[in-house]
Design a protein around this ligand. Structure first.
Ligand code: SF4
Ligand code: MG
Length: 293
């Protein structure tokens, strides 16, 4: 592991995770801490925002600012926090049920808005916290507690969806490979706009299909594919549809369009809103009143 600017212990949370032993979310937590340490982001400059679910308990397990929000609403909460304080590094953490179900509309609009957020989705193809119902990414025909004869719904493909929505950084990792995942999350944090990192993060208690061995046997890294260029959106769209015996992970796509913060007339000239005097300028206020009279 490369030398970290800040040691991983910097982010040691006040309580240990209460996830089931072996849950994939442990690897994701470690990867987020390692990415933050590698980039030298101090805990007081880091905000983790989540919704509801097993994985959404993550902000309680890391020493940083945390906001544990409502189901599916992590992205708008994070957007507000980031726009108020553009000095903060904001990471959104949650699961597939939270993000790709009730929160899906928020995610798609955040992608086209391109506010600087890094969204890490611990995708275990099931609702874990509520004990194993089918989620938006449950495979077709997969039996779950709510689909005992198999799911009859086409699963969401989050990578393909993100590419179609104009997301400027689209990656997929595997919690069984925390070093590779750390690189993807660090890349997402460095990316100046919205970044999605979808993570295969096995639920060892309620999903006995999408296990560590299942993914280990299938995943391959796009970084190892000769000639693969993340700047080529068409190449990303093609490989994002690949699924089955071989499943790609890595960086699918990155573009360099400027983030919302660099374009907005109020935000682009700084300082962050939280550091501005909230009292209106008397002359401008009087002019505004006069214009409305
Ligand atoms: Fe992880 Fe599943 Fe246990 Fe939730 S129920 S903590 S997702 S293994
Ligand atoms: Mg889930």
């Amino acid at each position: 592991m490369p030398t970290l600017e800040l040691p991983i212990e910097t982010y040691q949370g006040p309580v240990d995770p209460d996830w089931c032993p072996g849950c994939g979310d442990f690897g994701v937590l470690k990867a987020i801490k390692t990415a933050a340490g590698g980039l030298g982001i101090a805990p007081e400059d880091l905000l983790i925002v989540s919704g509801i679910g097993c994985s959404s308990n993550l902000p309680g397990f890391i020493h940083a600012y945390g906001l544990h929000g409502l189901h599916g609403r992590a992205v708008p909460l994070a957007t507000g926090a980031r726009l108020a304080n553009t000095d903060l590094t904001v990471v959104v953490a949650g699961g597939d049920g939270d993000g790709y179900g009730i929160g899906l509309g928020h995610m798609l609009h955040a992608m086209r808005r391109n506010v600087n957020l890094t969204y890490v989705v611990m995708d275990n193809q099931v609702y874990g916290l509520t004990t194993g119902q089918a989620s938006p990414t449950t495979f077709m025909d997969a039996p779950t507690k709510s689909t005992p004869s198999g799911s009859h719904e086409t699963p969401v493909n989050p990578v393909l969806l993100a590419l179609a929505a104009g997301c400027g950084y689209v990656a997929r990792g595997f919690s069984g490979d925390p070093a590779h995942l750390t690189d993807l999350i660090a890349g997402g944090i460095r990316h100046p706009g919205f970044a999605l990192v979808d993570v295969f993060s096995p639920c060892v208690t309620y999903n006995h299909l999408n296990t560590y061995p299942y993914f280990r046997e299938r995943v391959y890294k796009l970084e190892a594919v000769e000639g693969y260029d993340p700047a080529d959106l068409d190449a990303g769209l093609k490989v994002a549809r690949e699924w089955g015996e071989r499943i790609p992970i890595g960086l699918f796509h990155r573009d360099e369009r400027p983030p919302f913060e660099a374009l907005d007339s109020v935000l682009k000239d700084g300082p962050p809103l939280v550091r501005r005097d909230p009292a209106p300028d008397p002359a401008r206020f009087a002019a505004l009143v006069a214009a409305l009279a």
